[in-house]
Design a protein around this ligand. Structure first.
Ligand code: NAD
Length: 488
């Protein structure tokens, strides 16, 4: 029996295609889900619209709405181990990572519950006797569309601020990882959120995602995923004149100057690309190393990469777990072959690991490539796997030009002990985030997003809630004279 989905406050079988979740470590079937259809999307959106207008939700004071978010946060914390295990089965990520992601999701709901109680409205300078103010109200039913690489955390980053703002949310996860959002739906239901405010609709992007974006009563879409999908969503949104926020791909430069602490830089380079098996939008996939230390650093990098523990995601100590799906592993491998055709040298990895422990799994060895220029396709296109290309550089101007020579602009890392240089370079890099002597660190209070083809808009931070609100101006006459039109 395929698993039911959560539509308009009810668990029932979706009317769309059945989708399967497989364990990437061995290819075994986790579960089948009776996926959603376009009709299910319409039902969920209509239920959301009605639930939002119901005084039981619409008239809640901020602290009362915050209580619902706290209850969801508590539910996530209470069921953290179970949800982490499901996510590991669904995505192949290590348990250490999925535990961190569930903790992050619980923290996101807690943060937006607190932030919601601090939101202020603005009195603008009065126009004589006319009091003027700017207030915010919920934007409407929000469509949240997320990828498979960190589902519970990216789901929370959209659902929490959208609910905090007083909206209803219809969540569509990626078809390769349908199980995690159903766990979130269980938690939301247990937390007592009024029915209809949240629906979780696993299904394909082409049917369920598309229906959600096109639905006339969806007032905003918040999307995380690939750049080409984001672009097609933006086109539909343009026709509807609907705001979208887009968290898209990346090809982030991680930059090691010769004056850096090279031990720290080495650890940061490894973590930056190989954690999450490189399936991360912010992966430091272009590693720039300054010429005087290039050879020595590359040697140490290759040696350390060979020592990384590639293994089962449920085993303690695993650093590099399988990729999400054999099709994705094959796509990563095609990029490595392409790098060789382009003249690159594969210094380690470059193939799936061998042996009975890896049978049936979509594993790929962490891979270091050198000998290419920044113009190579593997330096320009997102591989989304455990593959780093290492490039030498000479001076700051040349480095900045190459680092910025990318359609993407999501994140960057700088490793140096010269604080003036860090300040100069950090401001010249065209990216949404710069990590300095660290990499891949996140705080829910700090806004996140990309420039160029890495996206539009920002998530997180106190003002993340405003992205799900409309601003309204009020002019309130407190004077006793009518407008001079009636001759009075
Ligand atoms: P994807 O674009 O293929 O899919 C993302 C989501 O969009 C899925 O739920 C998918 O079903 C849905 N979708 C697909 N086609 C659609 C359509 N026509 N209309 C509506 N929805 C549609 O991406 P993916 O392969 O799941 O994830 C990997 C990508 O996500 C990478 O490019 C990565 O960089 C990006 N990503 C970005 C961030 C960020 O914050 N910037 C974070 C994580 C992942």
């Amino acid at each position: 029996m395929p698993k039911p989905i959560f539509v308009a406050g009810r668990w029932r079988e979706g009317r769309g295609e059945t989708i399967a979740s497989h364990f990437p470590a061995d290819g075994s079937l986790n579960a089948e889900v009776a996926g959603a259809s376009a009709e299910d999307v319409a039902e969920a959106v209509e239920a959301g619209r009605r639930a939002m207008a119901d005084p039981a939700w619409r008239d809640l004071r901020p602290h009362e709405r915050a209580r619902h978010l706290h209850a969801i946060s508590d539910g996530l914390s209470r069921r953290a181990d179970e949800i982490a295990r499901v996510q590991t089965r669904d995505t192949g990520k290590t348990l250490a990572e999925t535990r961190a992601l569930v903790a992050s999701a619980a923290g996101t709901f807690r943060f937006f519950a607190a932030a919601l109680e601090t939101l202020e409205e603005e009195l603008t300078p009065p126009r004589g006797d006319v009091l003027t103010m700017s207030i915010h109200e919920p934007i409407g039913v929000v469509g949240a569309i997320t990828p498979w690489n960190s589902p519970i955390a990216s789901d929370a980053q959209k659902v929490a601020p959208a609910l905090a703002a007083g909206n209803a949310v219809v969540l569509k996860p990626a078809a390769w990882s349908p199980l995690v959002c159903l766990k979130l739906a269980e938690v939301v239901e247990e937390a007592g959120l009024p029915p209809g405010l949240f629906s979780a609709l696993p299904g394909s992007g082409a049917v369920v995602g598309d229906a959600l974006v096109r639905h006339p009563d969806v007032a905003k879409v918040s999307f995380t995923g690939g750049t080409s999908t984001g672009r097609s969503i933006a086109r539909i949104a343009a026709d509807k004149l609907m705001p979208v926020s887009l968290e898209l791909g990346g090809k982030s430069p991680n930059i090691v100057f010769s004056d850096a602490d090279l031990d720290e830089a080495l650890a940061g380079a490894l973590y930056g690309i190989f954690s999450s098996s490189g399936q991360s939008c912010i992966a430091g996939s272009r590693l720039f190393v300054q010429r005087p230390v290039y050879d020595a650093f590359l040697g140490r990098l290759v040696e350390a990469t060979r020592r990384l523990r590639v293994g089962h995601p449920e085993h303690d100590g695993t650093q590099v777990a399988p990729l999400i799906h054999p099709r994705h592993r094959d796509a990563v491998d095609r990029y490595v072959r392409l790098a060789v055709e382009e003249g690159g040298e594969v210094l380690c990895g470059g193939r799936p690991p061998e042996g009975p422990a890896y049978e049936g799994g979509s594993y790929y060895l962490p891979t270091v490539i050198a000998g290419l220029g920044n113009g190579a396709r593997v330096c320009q296109e997102e591989i989304f796997g455990p593959v780093v290309v290492v490039l030498p550089f000479d001076d700051e101007d040349g480095l900045v030009a190459e680092a910025n020579d990318s359609v993407y602009g999501l994140a960057a890392g700088i490793w140096s002990s010269d604080y003036r240089r860090i300040w100069r370079v950090a401001r010249r890099l065209r990216t949404g985030t710069v990590w300095i002597n660290t990499y891949k660190q996140f705080s829910i209070s700090t806004p996140f997003g990309g420039v160029k083809e890495s996206g539009l808009g920002r998530e997180k931070g106190r003002h993340g809630i405003r992205a799900y609100m409309n601003q309204k101006s009020l002019y309130w006459n407190l004077g006793d004279r009518p407008l001079p039109w009636a001759g009075l």
